[in-house]
Design a protein around this ligand. Structure first.
Ligand code: SF4
Length: 252
């Protein structure tokens, strides 16, 4: 978006929601939350809209209707707001035969407001960020296992990765996912050019799993792993030699 918005006219588009998110949007528009004080106005046609407020997973049934609605909007600013986990990623319906995924499978999304459903305050906060009324409250803070901890560097590396896994995976699957990633790492470190091998192993893993969430986590862990290696390098630990040793010890 090139310009800062003073007000925003929105068109509400349901691409297959269970209506949970729609009810929260209605709530936002009631005098209690009074979205109009932020300049948010609901319009009856995409032709008058600055933004599409999309709820629900993108179903096959609504794919072309959503495309048409987007194309009917004025060419600028053409904002897309994904409201609810379903619109962000497909949510619980992500692998349904009739669902493509989130709305970003079709349209470029400017802001994601996750939640099942998101609370009216969260929807308002998302829109307020979009129109430049508030700044993001959440900043990424990277925590590393402290070098003062009396643990081996390799053990600290696994602890750091465990922390990274915690950010993106639910409690029950966390250890399983992390152990799978560790196996891939150790396998890669028995090979020539382990970083490249690990990338290939992660790609192979993704082509074999039918759950896109697991693929996402593996790719996420791969990029975090590279960051952590760099961090160790700067702290003068030769962690890659240690990984190689550990990998060969396990393999033999
Ligand atoms: S995110 Fe939850 S409430 Fe919203 S459409 Fe999906 S299932 Fe319904």
């Amino acid at each position: 978006m090139g310009r800062k918005l003073k007000s925003i006219w929105v068109f509400h588009l349901n691409t297959g929601a269970c209506n949970g998110c729609d009810i929260e949007i209605l709530d936002v528009l009631t005098p209690y939350y009074d979205a109009e004080r932020l300049g948010v106005k609901l319009v009856g046609s995409p032709r008058h809209a600055d933004a599409l407020l999309v709820t629900g997973p993108l179903t096959r049934q609504t794919y072309y209707a959503a495309k048409k609605a987007y194309e009917a909007m004025p060419p600028s600013p053409r904002i897309v707001i994904a409201v609810g986990t379903c619109a962000c990623s497909g949510g619980i319906f992500y692998d349904s035969f009739s669902v493509h995924g989130g709305i970003d499978k079709l349209l470029p999304v400017h802001i994601y407001i996750p939640g099942c459903p998101p609370r009216p305050e969260e929807i308002l906060f998302g829109i307020a960020q979009l129109v430049g009324l508030v700044n993001k409250k959440v900043k990424q803070v990277v925590q590393r296992a402290s070098p003062e901890l009396k643990t081996e560097p390799l053990e600290r590396l696994w602890l750091d990765l465990r922390e990274e896994t915690r950010r993106v995976v639910g409690y029950f699957d966390r250890d399983e996912v992390l152990n799978t990633f560790k196996e891939l790492v150790l396998k890669a470190y028995t090979r020539y050019d382990p970083r490249r091998s690990l990338e290939k192993l992660v790609d192979e893993y993704c082509s074999q799993t039918d759950d896109p969430r697991l693929c996402f986590v593996m790719k996420y862990l791969y990029t975090r792993f590279l960051d952590i290696l760099e961090w160790y390098k700067k702290s003068h630990y030769n962690i890659e030699d240690m990984l190689r040793e550990e990998a060969w010890r396990r393999a033999t």
